[in-house]
Each structure stands twice: as structure tokens, then as C-alpha cells.
Design a protein around this ligand. Sequence first.
Ligand code: ZN
Length: 144
Amino acid sequence: MTGCLACDVLAGRIEAPGGVIHETAHWSVDHALTRWIGGWLIVKPKRHVEHLAELSTEEAAELGPLIQAVSAAMARVLSPERVYVLSLGEEVHHIHFHVIPRYRELPGHVLRLLEQAWGERSPWECTDEEAAATAAALREELRG
Ligand SMILES: [Zn+2]
């Protein structure tokens, strides 16, 4: 273990449900380890970097199109009412974007949603098998 959860996932020491969903030269996409909401994805650079300002030109150039492609695949496969994209980095400093499908039945307010999902036990938690199936469907969609 490196002390960085994102680096451990990238190196395969910890496997996200369903494995890697999509990757570019500099970025990797997988299902969130937490399974708080089915289809909650993590988009992170392959290199350990902690601030957006430290991204290389090449890493930065891939980010916009990747977030767009992931959001579009999520919209087509999961039909959420909204797709949330956020980056916080408080616990895991390695840059990562949460791409979260906010389904119709979930609270339509990001703070209320996160407060419940991020708690002791998310009321919408999915199983490893469900997360892996969602990951597989999104992988197929992103393959284009
Ligand atoms: Zn890292």
C-alpha cells in the first residue's frame, strides 16, 4: 500500500467493482469502491497529482472530453435525472472526480444527497454484483 487509495486502485492492489471501466492515456475511470449509489464513478489521473494546477498540458487536454464522454454514457445507460460531477479531495488527495448519477428517486439537492450517501450506511447502497454489472454496461457504452 502506498498510503494513497487512488494509487492502490490504479496499481491493482485494490479492485473497484467490475474493474477498470475506461481509460485514456492519462486517466482512468472505475466504479466507486464505496457502492453508495450504483453507477457512482471515479475519474482520476493515472499519475499521483494532488492539484488541478499541477496537471500536465496533456492530462488537462484529456479531462474535458473524458468527463463529457463519461457523463454521456451515464445518461444513456442509467437514465439519471441529473449527472453530478464534483471534485473535493479532502480524504483522498490524489485528484479524482466523482461522477454521480442522481436518479429520479434520490433527493434533488446535492448536499442532502451527499449527506445521506456519505453517512454510516447509504440508503441506496448497491451490492458488488450490481456495481460490477453497471460497470460492465458503462464499459460497453464507452467502447463506442
Ligand atoms: Zn495517488
